[in-house]
Design a protein around this ligand. Structure first.
Ligand SMILES: Nc1ncnc2c1ncn2[C@@H]1O[C@H](COP(=O)(O)OP(=O)(O)O)[C@@H](O)[C@H]1O
Ligand SMILES: [Mg+2]
Length: 390
């Protein structure tokens, strides 16, 4: 019995010692584990921080503005482009609540939507400090299924939208310009068809002449439009070579001599003997012809158109002066715009399309030259091109 008791006691004791020892091990192990866990967690946090810093440094260099917003509406990150677009110091970006910017940038609603889990894209018109169209793309960032923060990507699309507007306007103006001669041709053709074979030859001749004029106008329109598009494409099509200024001016004068005579306009010239400029001969003569053509077109019979080429310091100066109707002061800034004509109807009757000066301006720019205009209403106009001498 005693033996049994003793054995039982020993067993209990042994179990107790073992249990105690086990407990000690477990406690030590648990402690070690918790240290390891903490270390892991700390390391994970450091990793996360490093990774975030890495991402932020990458975002810093992006051309688009990037803003990260926390659920409290505070900006936790903003890159340099955001600073530029939101027109503020980065320091202010981080300390000023987003709602302060939302006055100008109307982002509050979009950010709120992002925190509800929706991705939003919106174009915002900004007035200050300059007019700008900002495209804001805002999306929620999820962590464990919950919106953790919102990221906004801001892009300045002003230039793009302006270009699109310009293209739309160009297509619309061009179609509008095409419509008039096409409609006129159509009407003339129908009249000719209605007349049949036994029409008055004189009337028929007049109609056919009209057809020819309008078709010529259409052809010029398309040619000039193509030329302007090519000049505007940015790729320089001018091949600049040393050319004699006076010789180019003489060629341009030759090209318009018949027109001037038919309109009863005297052409005068005064061309400097030696002046060499770098020019694309064909293009530059075209620019001079455009200016001479206008001078003749917008001057009444009996008037005078004179052309001079002179050397002024290191530049050659080409001037084309007429004694014509002149250009009103308020129209001067617009005359180089495509399809712009001071008097649409009168100019169109004179065969004007409104592309000549736009083309001329591009040609002069392709020559690194300067084009200026001076005009007195009802008295006359002077256009001048200045090019550097070789
Ligand atoms: N020498 C000039 N005298 C008066 N007005 C001119 C002269 N040159 C240009 N203009 C005005 O500028 C407008 C634009 O000229 P341009 O681009 O050459 O087009 P257009 O095809 O009408 O000649 C003309 O319609 C005309 O109103
Ligand atoms: Mg013209």
């Amino acid at each position: 019995m005693n033996v049994v008791l003793f054995l039982a006691g020993a067993a209990v004791l042994t179990w107790g010692i073992v249990a105690q020892r086990n407990a000690g091990v477990a406690a030590r192990e648990a402690a070690a584990l918790s240290v390891a866990n903490r270390e892991l967690r700390v390391r994970a946090e450091v990793d996360l921080k490093n990774e975030r810093a890495h991402f932020e440094s990458m975002l810093e260099e992006l051309p688009a503005g990037v803003v990260i917003i926390n659920p409290a509406g505070k900006i936790t990150f903003a890159n340099t482009s955001a600073e530029r677009l939101l027109v503020t110091k980065k320091r202010d970006l981080k300390t000023t609540p987003l709602s302060r910017f939302t006055v100008d940038f109307a982002l509050a609603k979009q950010v709120a939507e992002a925190f509800r889990g929706t991705q939003v894209v919106k174009e915002i018109k900004v007035k200050k400090p300059q007019e700008m169209i900002l495209r804001a793309w805002i999306r929620p960032v999820l962590r464990d299924g919950k919106v953790y923060e919102a990221v906004a990507v801001l892009e300045d699309v002003t230039r793009l939208r302006r270009l699109e507007d310009m293209r739309r306007e160009l297509v619309s103006s061009f179609s509008h310009e095409l419509r008039t001669p096409i409609a006129s041709n159509q009407a003339t053709l129908e009249a000719l068809l209605d007349m049949g074979g036994d029409s008055d030859p004189e009337v028929r001749r007049r109609f056919l002449n009209n057809l020819r004029t309008q078709t010529e106008h259409l052809s010029n329109l398309v040619t000039e439009m193509l030329q302007l598009t090519r000049l505007e494409s940015g790729a320089s099509i001018a091949e600049l070579e040393p050319n004699d200024a006076a010789a180019m001016a003489a060629d341009a004068l030759d090209a318009v001599a018949v027109l001037a005579e038919s309109k009863g306009i005297r052409l005068e010239q005064s061309l400097a003997a030696v002046a060499t400029v770098k020019a694309d001969r064909r293009l530059f003569i075209q620019a001079l012809i455009n200016l001479l053509d206008n001078a003749i077109k917008y001057t009444d019979a009996g008037g005078l158109v004179s052309m001079t080429v002179a050397v002024k310091g290191k530049r050659a100066l080409f001037t084309i002066t007429d004694t014509g109707r002149g250009i009103p002061k308020d129209a001067l800034p617009n005359i180089f715009d495509r399809f712009y004509r001071v008097d649409k109807h009168r100019s169109r009757d004179a065969g004007g399309i409104g592309l000549g000066l736009a083309i001329t301006k591009h040609i002069v720019e392709a020559h690194n030259g300067k084009l200026t205009v001076d005009s007195v209403l009802h008295e006359g106009t002077t256009f001048a091109i200045s090019l550097r001498l070789v």
